[in-house]
Design a protein around this ligand. Structure first.
Ligand SMILES: Cc1cc2nc3c(=O)[nH]c(=O)nc-3n(C[C@H](O)[C@H](O)[C@H](O)COP(=O)(O)OP(=O)(O)OC[C@H]3O[C@@H](n4cnc5c(N)ncnc54)[C@H](O)[C@@H]3O)c2cc1C
Length: 490
C-alpha cells in the first residue's frame, strides 16, 4: 500500500474496537469520541501531508524494495543526505503540531527501522527473532502503521526487581508457551496515544537482573488484540471546549495510558526477544534503538522555539520587553534554542556510518540535547508564567467576550500596548495559558522531563559512557609540563 492518507488512517481506527476505558466507561467508537476527535484529526493531517504536492517529496521516498512511496521514517540512512531526508520529516511534522505531539508516527517507525537494521543482534540469540523484526518492519512500512509503545513497568515498588513485586505478574511477564504463541500477563506503562494507534510495541530499558527472565520481552501486537486493556488517564480537556478558548489544548492533547495484558497471546512471529536478560539489557545499546533521539531532538527544538516565541510575543503585547529583567529572561530562552539547534547540527554533521553501513547521527550531542531539554523547556514555561503574570489568569471566554453588554469593557480594558487590540491580546494570552497553565501544558512539561526515561539516571549513564571513551589526558599533559620544568630547574 505505501503511504496512507488521513482518511485511510481514520478508516483503520473505525475498523476495530480495542478495549479502551476512559472516565469509567468503555469507548466503543473512538473516532467520534469527544476527547479523541481532534487529536485524531491532527494525526490524519500529518498523513495527508504525505500526499500534498508541497510536502510529498520532502517527507516520503520511493522504497528500494517495493518501488512504492513510503514515509522517510522507514529509510535506513546510508549517508548525510538520507539523514537529512529523515530529519526533514521530523521537522515538517513537528512544525505542523508546534512540537506539542511527541509520539507522532515517525517516532516509533524510526525506532522499528533501527531495530530491523540490526538483525545480527537478534540472530545471535535466536535467528527467528531477527526474521520477525525484519518482517515486522516491512509490515508497518508497507501499511504505513502508527504505533504506541510501553517500556516501563507500573510504578509500584521501584526498590525491587520485577520478580520480587507483590504478585509475579504485576509487571508484564511471560506465563506460558502455547502452539499459537506466548501468553503474557501483567502491566506496562506509559503508552502515549495508545487509543488512536494501530499497534503497540513492547520492549524495555536495561536493568534486568537474574530472576527477571520472564519479563525480558520484546514484541508487537495489534492494538485490538483480545485481552489487551487500555486504561486512559483523566483527560486534560473534554473535547468540547471551543478552539478559540483553548487553541492548543483543544487540538493537541496526547492521551497517555496504562496497558493491562490479561493473558494476551502474542503470536510467535511477533516475538523479537524473550526469556533472555542479557539480550534485553543489550537491546538499547546494540540495536540503534536510541536513534529516535534524533526525532526527539528535532521535535524538542520546535517545541522550545514555539514556547520562546510565545514568551516573546506575550512580553511585546504588554510592552514589558524593554525592561532589562524581561530581556534577560527572553535572551536566555533564545540562547537555549540556539544551543539545541547547534547541537542538532553537530549531531547530523558528525554522523558515523556503522558496521552495517547505516548512517547514525553522533550520539553525544543528541544525548546532550536530551540532558538540556528537561531543564530548558520547564524554564521556558516558567518565563511565560513570569512575564504574563496575573494577566494570564484573566482571559474571558469567547462567550463573555462577544456578549454585547460586556464587549465595550473588554475592548477598553483588555487591550495591550499601543497597536495591540483587546482581541489580539486575549487570543495570545489564551494560547499562552494553554501552554503554561492548563493541565494540558503541565503534561507537556512532564513529557519533556520524562519522555525517554528518568533524566537523572540518563545523565548518570551518559557520564559513565563518556568516561569509558575519554581519558581526560589534558590533566596528565599539564602535570607532565610541571614535572619536566621542575626537573630542569632542579
Ligand atoms: C507525558 C509522558 C509521556 C510518556 N510517554 C511514554 C510512552 O509513550 N511510552 C513509554 O514507554 N513511556 C512513556 N513515558 C514514561 C517514561 O518512560 C517514564 O516516565 C520514565 O521512564 C520515568 O519512569 P517513571 O515515570 O516510572 O519514574 P520512576 O522510575 O518511578 O522514578 C520516580 C523518581 O524516583 C527516582 N528513581 C527511581 N528509581 C531510581 C533509581 N534506581 N535510582 C535513582 N533514582 C531513581 C527518579 O529519578 C524519579 O525522580 C512517558 C512519560 C510521560 C511523563
Amino acid at each position: 500500500m505505501g503511504i496512507r492518507t488521513g482518511a485511510q488512517y481514520i478508516d483503520g481506527l473505525r475498523s476495530r474496537t480495542p478495549e479502551i476505558w476512559l472516565g469509567g466507561r468503555r469507548v466503543m467508537d473512538i473516532v467520534n469520541e469527544d476527547n479523541f476527535r481532534q487529536p485524531i484529526r491532527e494525526i490524519a493531517k500529518l498523513y495527508d501531508m504525505q500526499h500534498s504536492p508541497e510536502y510529498q517529496d520532502k517527507i516520503t521516498s520511493i522504497c528500494e524494495d517495493t518501488g512504492e512511496r513510503v514515509s522517510n521514517a522507514f529509510i535506513v540512512p546510508k549517508n548525510y543526505e538520507d539523514l537529512m531526508k529523515r530529519r526533514t520529516l521530523f521537522e515538517v511534522w513537528a512544525e505542523a503540531t508546534f512540537g506539542l505531539m511527541g509520539r507522532t508516527p515517525d517516532f516509533l517507525n524510526t525506532t522499528v527501522t533501527s531495530m530491523a537494521s540490526s538483525p545480527d543482534f537478534f540472530a545471535q540469540y535466536n535467528p527467528q527473532w531477527a526474521e520477525n523484526i525484519q518482517n515486522y518492519y516491512k509490515y508497518i512500512r508497507d501499511n504505513d502503521l502508527f504505533l504506541t509503545h510501553a517500556l516501563i513497568n507500573p510504578q509500584n515498588d521501584r526498590s525491587k526487581p520485577s520478580h520480587q513485586q507483590k504478585d509475579i505478574f504485576t509487571h508484564l511477564g511471560a506465563v506460558e508457551e502455547t502452539s499459537e504463541g506466548l501468553v503474557v500477563r501483567g502491566s506496562k506503562m506509559l503508552a502515549t496515544l495508545a487509543p488512536i494507534t494501530d499497534e503497540v510495541i513492547i520492549y524495555s530499558f536495561p536493568g534486568f537482573r537474574p530472576g527477571d527472565e520472564r519479563y525480558a520481552l520484546a514484541f508487537a501486537i495489534p492494538i485490538d488484540t483480545p485481552g489487551l486493556r487500555i486504561l486512559c488517564r483523566e483527560p486534560a480537556q473534554d473535547g468540547k471546549r471551543p478552539l478559540i478558548d483553548h487553541p492548543l489544548a483543544s487540538r493537541f492533547e496526547e492521551m497517555d495510558a496504562v496497558l493491562v495484558f490479561n493473558d494476551v497471546v502474542v503470536p510467535w512471529d511477533r516475538i523479537f526477544l524473550y526469556n533472555n536478560c542479557e539480550a534485553a539489557n543489550q537491546l538499547y545499546s546494540k540495536t540503534g534503538l536510541s536513534q529516535n533521539t534524533h526525532q526527539n531532538g528535532v521535535r524538542g527544538l520546535v517545541k522550545l522555539k514555539f514556547a520562546t516565541q510565545v514568551a516573546a510575543r506575550v512580553a511585546d503585547a504588554i510592552g514589558v520587553d524593554g525592561f532589562l529583567n524581561v530581556q534577560t529572561q527572553l535572551g536566555e530562552l533564545v540562547q537555549s534554542v540556539e544551543t539545541i539547534r547547534a547541537l542538532l547540527r553537530t549531531a547530523e554533521r558528525e554522523f558515523e556510518v556503522n558496521a552495517r553501513g547505516e548512517a547514525i547521527p553522533a550520539s553525544i550531542p543528541l544525548e546532550t540535547i536530551r540532558g538540556i531539554l528537561p531543564k530548558a523547556y520547564p524554564r521556558a514555561i516558567e518565563v511565560i508564567q513570569t512575564i504574563g503574570a496575573g494577566g494570564l489568569l484573566l482571559s474571558p471566554t469567547a462567550n463573555d467576550y462577544q456578549h454585547p453588554e460586556l464587549r465595550e469593557d473588554f475592548d477598553k480594558y483588555y487591550g495591550g500596548r499601543e497597536g495591540v487590540s483587546a482581541t489580539e491580546r486575549v487570543q495570545l494570552f489564551k494560547l499562552a495559558w494553554d501552554l503554561c497553565g492548563e493541565a494540558f501544558g503541565q503534561r507537556l512539561v512532564q513529557y519533556e522531563r520524562y519522555y525517554s526515561g528518568d533524566p537523572v539516571r540518563k545523565l548518570g549513564m551518559f557520564y559513565s559512557n563518556f568516561k569509558k571513551n575519554n581519558e581526560f589526558t589534558m590533566v596528565d599533559d599539564a602535570l607532565k609540563g610541571v614535572i619536566e620544568s621542575e626537573v630542569e630547574v632542579g
